[in-house]
Design a protein around this ligand. Structure first.
Ligand code: F3S
Length: 57
């Protein structure tokens, strides 16, 4: 399992970081980054709710 963010797609909405703060955070360019590879339930929620489907695992 490897959680990935497609930076080309990410529009910086911040949803993933707000619903799953243990795994995602926003960087200085307002793109999401994976700060910890943790397979916890909110990862799935973030994948399903990202408006541009930029998260995969
Ligand atoms: Fe970007 Fe999607 Fe998160 S647009 S900030 S990866 S919810």
């Amino acid at each position: 399992m490897k959680i990935k963010i497609n930076r080309e797609l990410c529009i910086g909405c911040g949803l993933c970081a707000s619903i799953c703060e243990q795994v995602f955070e926003m960087d200085k360019e307002y793109k999401a980054v994976v700060k910890a590879q943790k397979d916890i339930p909110c990862v799935k929620e973030a994948i399903e709710n990202c408006p541009v489907s930029a998260i995969s695992k």
